[in-house]
Design a binder for this molecule. Structure first.
Ligand code: ZN
Length: 483
């Protein structure tokens, strides 16, 4: 090292040593300036409201505000905030407030918590404390769980089934829990029901049969108990009036139900004067005495009738019947069942005989006939099974009209013993009907029938009936064939 260089170094050190004071002063000045300027320009944020805010859903977060200042000025408008609160989602949110002034910065944060403290709403449908049929399990009527935050939680409901009660529990995603209970009473205090098939009020016309339309019985606990229904009450369909039929049923628990059906039996319709027609018919004659008397009465009363004649009795009576305007019809010649119903040929032979008689006496070829005993007779079975089935068709094929009757004077059977005109009168008058053609079966071989005739005719006239004789245009009246 040379001396010069050494000297220079020493001089420098001297200089530095001389400047030391100066350096300290400068440093102090810098520090002071820095401190002052910091005080002047340093920004400071102040938050309004809490630094940590907890909000219960669905309340909405609203920024409470803040201020930012320096020592000398308000610089709130320069604050930058970052972070957002999603009001629709529970959670913890951070909001940052930042202010910069020159080279100085301040940052603070606020915590916002959205929480759910609301319990779900649990609704039990139907009865909360229902009655349950003894021995049966309660049948769920439904429930619904709705949470203000999670929405429909019905599927998450847990049902704990005990005999006496069912407990329903559900909790939301924030563990808010709700519990409800249905308590059961095992009892059947409900009456069964009986439902009558319509109409509940029946109207039938007298003489027609009553036909029950049916019913159904149901019990809440026992189900269909229709087979346990009993019915009581009497209906007389032959007597007009109002009747009641009571249907009763009792369930297993002893609850009883009664339902009544009203049955109105209506009088048969009666028609105005003249609509009821009577065809008086006299079988088995003619016969001296009784047929004479009958013809006299008919003449005096101005009534025409129909005579189903045989080959018995005097010719003059058939001639008189014809001359006086009555219809001559054919019964059979012999009226002997054994002969008449021996065979179809035998029947027609017999019929032809009486037909010839009438034709000879009156010139009339009568095609109006009546079977001895009527078409429904069973006596013919003894002589030829099935013959009525055959004959009733065959006579029609051959152009005959055959007539049974719908009003039986019963003068050949029921009134024989008493032989009283009033028996005949009563039978006829009680069986007449206004709404139809009345074909009245009588026998001109019965004197008591002859004696009853005038009163029968007077009754009929007084009650608005009219009389006709049978011709080929008269609607046939047929009974049911029984052989
Ligand atoms: Zn007869």
């Amino acid at each position: 090292m040379n001396e010069n260089k050494l000297k220079t170094k020493e001089t420098l050190i001297e200089k530095i040593k001389g400047n030391k004071k100066y350096v300290i002063i400068v440093a102090i000045i810098i520090l002071l300036l820095t401190g002052i300027s910091y005080l002047l320009i340093a920004p400071k944020i102040e938050l309004k409201g809490e630094k940590e805010i907890t909000l219960e859903y669905p309340n909405k977060y609203k920024e409470p505000g803040y201020t930012a200042k320096t020592l000398t000025s308000n610089i709130t408008s320069k604050v930058k905030t970052t972070g957002k609160v999603n009001n629709k989602k529970i959670g913890e949110y951070k909001i940052t407030y930042e202010i910069k002034n020159l080279f100085l910065t301040q940052k603070i944060t606020r915590i916002v918590k959205i929480i759910d403290k609301g319990k779900p709403e649990l609704t039990l449908k139907g009865e909360e404390n229902p009655k349950v049929c003894p021995g049966k399990e309660y049948e769920e009527e439904g429930y619904q769980a709705i949470d203000n935050y999670d929405g429909d939680l019905t599927e998450k409901v847990k049902v704990t089934k005990e005999t006496e009660n069912w407990t329903y529990t559900v909790q939301d995603s924030s563990n808010n829990k709700i519990e409800k209970t249905r308590n059961f009473t095992y009892i059947d205090d409900n009456k069964p029901t009986i439902e009558l098939t319509n109409p509940t009020t029946m109207t039938i016309t007298e003489g027609n049969p009553y036909k029950e339309p049916g019913y159904k019985a149901n019990d809440q606990c026992d189900g269909d108990i229709t087979n346990k229904v009993t019915t009581t009450g009497n209906i007389n369909t032959n007597t007009p009036g109002t009747y009641e039929l009571t249907c009763t049923v009792t369930d297993a628990a002893g609850n009883k139900t009664e339902v009544k059906r009203k049955i109105i039996v209506q009088k048969k319709k009666t028609y105005s004067n003249g609509s009821g027609v009577i065809y008086l018919t006299f079988d088995d004659g003619p016969q001296s005495g009784s047929t004479d008397k009958i013809l006299n009465v008919l003449k005096e009363e101005g009534v025409k009738a129909t005579f189903f004649v045989t080959c018995k009795g005097p010719d003059y009576l058939i001639q008189r019947e014809y001359r006086e305007g009555h219809a001559i019809a054919l019964h059979t010649a012999t009226h002997n069942y054994a002969t008449v119903y021996a065979s179809a040929d035998s029947y027609f032979n017999d019929l032809n005989k009486v037909s010839s008689r009438v034709k000879n006496l009156t010139g009339v070829d009568s095609k109006i006939i009546r079977f001895p005993g009527g078409s429904s007779n069973t006596v013919s079975r003894r002589y030829q099974p099935g013959i009525m089935t055959y004959l009733t068709k065959e006579v029609l094929n051959r152009g005959y009209h055959y007539f049974d009757w719908n009003v039986d004077a019963d003068d050949a059977v029921g009134c024989v013993k008493s032989a009283s005109p009033s028996c005949v009168y009563n039978n006829v008058t009680k069986r007449l009907r206004k709404n139809r053609n009345n074909i009245v079966l009588m026998h001109d071989v019965k004197p008591y029938t002859a004696d009853a005739l005038r009163d029968i005719i007077r009754y009929a006239k007084n009650n608005g009936y009219t009389f006709k004789k049978i011709d080929m245009s008269t609607p046939m009246v047929h009974e049911k064939v029984a052989n």
